[in-house]
Design a protein around this ligand. Sequence first.
Ligand SMILES: Nc1ncnc2c1ncn2[C@@H]1O[C@H](COP(=O)(O)OP(=O)(O)O)[C@@H](O)[C@H]1O
Ligand SMILES: [Mg+2]
Length: 220
Amino acid sequence: MIIMNQINKGYMLGDEKVPVLRDIDFNVKKGEYTAILGPSGSGKTTLMNMIGCMDLPDSGTYFLDGEAIHELPESKMNVIRNRKIGFIFQNYQLISTYNILQNITMPLLVRGMSFEEAAEKAMPTIKLLGLDHRLKHKPNELSGGQKQRVSIARALVGEPAILLADEPTGALDSASGKEVLKLFFQLHEMGNTIVMITHDMNVASSAQRIVHIIDGQLSE
Ligand SMILES: Nc1ncnc2c1ncn2[C@@H]1O[C@H](COP(=O)(O)OP(=O)(O)O)[C@@H](O)[C@H]1O
Ligand SMILES: [Mg+2]
């Protein structure tokens, strides 16, 4: 699903380029549940942006579900991102003025689907996540755990190739965090491919496989 070879990425600091990701080789098979574990500043978010087609590498090759991402013009990255990636963020990133159903159906509306069609397509996912009684609520009427379930539903609804989660339990109390990890495990068992980024060993250990990132370098 993911084949990354010799990925390098740096940021300009004055006239100098500071390397952040160094010679990254990273592969993920369909159906795998992988955690990327590393301390703050190690390059996790930079790597997530790369995997999630939000940013391009300076060098190296990246194939996502057969698509050569490193050769894509930036204008096509939006489309690939919408089709292939389901994002889950620490702070949920829900739209506060939209109700839960509008938030969940967002990725389908972006594809040009009508609201009625999108709502129908989303219903099995909504039921799976136990959100069918909350559809008219606004995000600020929900608990943190419920908000994260909404964001997981939004990530799933477009049937992406990969679920990509950045510290998905980072803002939750430990009981809600455990519930989210249980849900990830269930989604993994249902065949979803998951990449989860975390600085927390306990969170990472719920994945099937752990890859370490230290100073922008990966090791299994
Ligand atoms: N847009 C940017 N411009 C300059 N430096 C950046 C930028 N984004 C991240 N960095 C630097 O790259 C390194 C890795 O950052 P990041 O990928 O956010 O790490 P993590 O998510 O593991 O904390 C840090 O030293 C950070 O300061
Ligand atoms: Mg980060």
